[in-house]
Design a protein around this ligand. Structure first.
Ligand code: ARG
Length: 586
C-alpha cells in the first residue's frame, strides 16, 4: 500500500523499462510521474519521454520522437484498477486520468478506516527536540524545536515507527559552576534553609553579574563545575534544586502546547563519557592537541573536543555518548536532532565521527533538522522592546489574549453564541494552534517574522482560516442531522454510496487521495510544512466544493455528505498530526 503517486510511479517505471530496456543504461532512472499542474489536462502526468528520446537518440531502435517514446510506454502499461485513460501530447507528455470507480472506492475507504498512513519499513527513531537549557528561559528558538519536533514525532508514530521523544536538556554545562557558586555566596545556608526561588531568570542574571565582575568568582566557578561533575554532594544538591525549578517551568509550557517529552539531559550521559572516549580512541580517532583530546574530521575546519584541557567533558563528548547510547543501547536506526541551523556542523561532525568509529549500520539514518531564526518586525532576532529575549510563556499568553478578544468581538456582533467556558477554550485552542501552525507552515530552514496579526488572520493560510473551514464542514453534517433528520451514523456505515461527479467534487476527492503520499514526503524531507500545505489545499478545495455544489437538499445529498465526512476525517487527522485540535464550531 504505497501512496497513490508512488504506486503510479512504480507502474510507469516498469512500463518505461519494458518499452525501452536501454533506458537504464542510458541514465534514465525515473518515469517522473507527478501531479498535473492543471487538472484540466489530467490528474497526473508522466514527463519521461523527452529525456528518454534525447538519451536514446542515434542508437539502435531509438524512438523516432518523444511522442513515439511516450506511446510505447502507454502500450506497455498493464491492465490496472487505477488508470482510466491516458493521452499523449505532441511534446510527449502522458496525461493520466484516474478511474472514477477507483476514486469512489478510495473515498469510501477513508470514511470506513480513516486516512491511511503509507506502508513503510518500521524503524526505531530518537527524536531529540525542544532541549532547552536549565536555569535559562526557554526562548522562541526552543519553541520552534518543540513544535516541529512534536509534529515529526506524531507523523512518525502514525506511520508505525517506534519513537523516543528525547529532551536533551542542557543540565550539565558550565553555567552550573556560576550558579552553584552564586548560591553558596548569596545563600550560605542553602542546605538547611533552601531559598524559595521561583524566578530562575533573575537568579541567573544576578549570578552572571557576579561572574562578569569578579575574576575570583570566575575561577571558583570553573572549579565548581569540576566538583559537580566529579560528584561533590553539596554541588549535586544545589544542582538538583535548580533543575527541579526549571523542570516545572518547562513542563508548564509542554502541557499548554500538548507536547510529550522524555528527559534525557546531558547529565544522563555523564558516566558513560569515558568509555565513549575509549571507544573513539580504539578506533584511532582521538589525538592530543594542546592538552585536550580531540577528534579531527575530514571536511571540517575545527575538531570535536572530547576532553577539555582541564579534563572536563563538554557538549561534543556528551553528544557522542548520546549517539552511542541511542544506537547501541536503544537499538535505534534513525536519529533526528532538531535545533537551530547554527548547530548543523556540530551535528554533522558527531554523525561523521560515529560513522568513522563503526557505530553506524547500513540503512541507519542520522539526520539533523536545522531551523531558521524567528525574527522581530525589524528583521532582527525577535526581542522584547527592552532588548531581552522573548519569554515563551508571554508569547503564548498574548496569542490567546488576542484570540479571546476577537472571539468576544464576534460574540458582541452577534456572529456567534457560546458559553464563556467554550469561548475561553476556543481562544486557547486557536491561539496555541495559530502559533504552531504559523511556524510549521514555513519551510523549517527559513527564518520568519513573528506577527500576531498574520498568525491570527482569518484569511489566507492560517490556523484560524483552517478552523473556520473545518467548522463550516462540521456544521453541514450537524445541520443534516438536526434539521433534515439524516441518520449520519447510518450514512457513514454505507460509504460505498459516495459517487464523485462534479468537477469540484473531483478536485477535492483527488486531494484526499494524495494523503499518504504527503505523509511520506513529510518524513522524507522532515518537513511538516508539506502537511500544512496539504491541509490548506484541502480546505480551499472543500470551500470550492461547497461553493459550487449544493449539499443539503440536493439530489446528490447522500454522496456529498459522505464526501464532507471523508474531508472531515482527513482534515482532523492533519490537525492532530500537526499538534492541533479541530473545532466543530467557532
Ligand atoms: N540545549 C541545546 C540548546 O539549547 C540544544 C540541545 C540539542 N540536542 C543535542 N543533542 N545537542 O541549544
Amino acid at each position: 500500500k504505497a501512496g497513490l503517486q508512488a504506486s503510479l510511479l512504480a507502474m510507469f517505471d516498469a512500463a518505461m523499462f519494458k518499452a525501452w530496456p536501454l533506458a537504464k543504461s542510458a541514465g534514465i532512472t525515473s518515469s517522473s510521474v507527478r501531479k498535473c499542474a492543471d487538472y484540466k489536462n489530467g490528474d497526473f502526468q508522466c514527463n519521461a519521454a523527452m529525456a528518454l528520446f534525447k538519451a536514446l537518440k542515434g542508437g539502435d531502435g531509438a524512438p523516432s520522437s518523444p511522442q513515439a517514446a511516450a506511446s510505447a510506454i502507454v502500450a506497455s502499461l498493464p491492465v490496472n484498477p487505477l488508470v482510466d485513460t491516458t493521452s499523449v501530447s505532441p511534446q510527449g507528455y502522458i496525461n493520466i486520468r484516474l478511474r472514477p470507480a477507483f476514486i469512489n472506492q478510495s473515498i469510501a475507504k477513508v470514511i470506513k478506516n480513516g486516512p491511511a498512513p503509507p506502508e513503510v519499513k518500521k524503524m526505531r527513531v530518537v527524536v531529540d527536540f525542544s532541549s532547552p537549557n536549565i536555569a535559562k528561559e526557554m526562548h522562541v528558538g526552543h519553541l520552534r524545536s518543540t513544535i516541529i519536533g512534536e509534529a515529526i514525532c506524531r507523523v512518525l508514530e502514525f506511520c508505525g515507527h517506534t519513537v523516543f521523544r528525547h529532551n536533551h536538556v542542557g543540565d550539565w554545562g558550565t553555567q552550573f559552576g556560576m550558579l552553584i557558586n552564586y548560591m553558596k555566596e548569596a545563600y550560605p545556608n542553602f542546605l538547611t534553609d533552601p531559598p524559595n526561588i521561583t524566578d530562575l531568570t533573575t537568579f541567573y542574571k544576578a549570578a552572571k553579574l557576579r561572574f562578569d565582575e569578579s575574576e575570583e568568582f570566575k575561577e571558583a566557578s570553573r572549579n565548581t563545575v569540576v566538583d559537580l561533575q566529579s560528584g561533590d554532594p553539596a554541588c549535586k544538591e544545589v544542582w538538583t534544586l535548580l533543575c527541579d525549578i526549571s523542570r516545572k517551568e518547562f513542563q508548564k509550557v509542554y502541557d499548554r502546547l500538548d507536547v510529550t517529552l522524555e528527559e534525557h539531559g546531558e547529565s544522563f550521559y555523564n558516566d558513560m563519557i569515558p568509555s565513549t572516549i575509549d571507544m573513539l580512541a580504539e578506533a584511532g580517532l582521538v589525538s592530543r592537541d594542546d592538552g585536550a583530546d580531540i577528534v579531527r574530521l575530514e571536511h571540517f575546519t575545527y575538531p570535536l573536543i572530547v576532553r577539555k584541557r582541564d579534563g572536563g567533558f563538554g557538549y561534543d563528548s556528551t553528544d557522542m555518548t548520546a549517539i552511542r547510547y541511542r544506537l547501541k543501547t536503544l537499538k535505534c536506526d534513525w536519529i533526528i536532532g532538531i535545533t537551530d541551523a547554527g548547530q548543523a556542523s556540530h551535528f554533522h561532525m558527531c554523525f561523521d565521527a560515529a560513522r568513522a568509529a563503526g557505530w553506524v549500520d547500513e540503512g541507519t539514518k542520522l539526520e539533523h533538522l536545522g531551523f531558521g531564526v524567528v525574527l522581530g518586525p525589524d528583521g532582527k532576532k525577535f526581542k522584547t522592546r527592552s532588548g531581552d529575549t522573548v519569554r515563551l510563556v508571554d508569547l503564548l499568553d498574548e496569542a490567546v489574549r488576542r484570540m479571546a478578544a476577537s472571539i468576544q468581538e464576534r460574540m458582541d456582533e452577534g456572529k456567534m453564541t457560546t458559553t464563556k467556558e467554550a469561548a475561553a477554550a476556543a481562544a486557547a485552542e486557536i491561539g496555541y494552534g495559530a502559533v504552531k501552525y504559523y511556524d510549521l507552515r514555513q519551510h523549517p530552514s527559513t527564518s520568519y517574522v513573528f506577527s500576531y496579526d498574520r498568525m491570527l488572520d482569518t484569511r489566507g493560510n492560517t490556523a484560524v482560516y483552517l478552523q473556520f473551514a473545518h467548522a463550516r464542514l462540521a456544521s453541514i453534517l450537524l445541520k443534516a442531522q438536526d434539521e433534515l433528520h439524516v441518520d449520519v451514523t447510518a450514512l457513514k456505515a454505507s460509504p460505498e454510496k459516495v459517487s464523485v461527479e462534479h468537477e469540484s467534487e473531483r478536485a477535492l476527492a483527488f486531494e484526499l487521495l494524495m494523503f499518504s503520499d504527503v505523509i511520506e514526503a513529510c518524513l522524507a524531507d522532515l518537513g511538516p510544512n508539506r502537511l500544512c500545505e496539504y491541509l490548506y489545499t484541502l480546505a480551499t478545495k472543500f470551500t470550492d466544493f461547497v461553493t459550487n455544489c449544493r449539499v443539503l437538499g440536493s439530489d446528490e445529498q447522500t454522496s456529498r455528505l459522505l464526501l464532507c465526512e471523508a474531508t472531515g476525517v482527513t482534515m482532523r487527522k492533519c490537525f492532530s498530526l500537526l499538534g492541533m485540535k479541530a473545532l466543530d464550531r467557532i
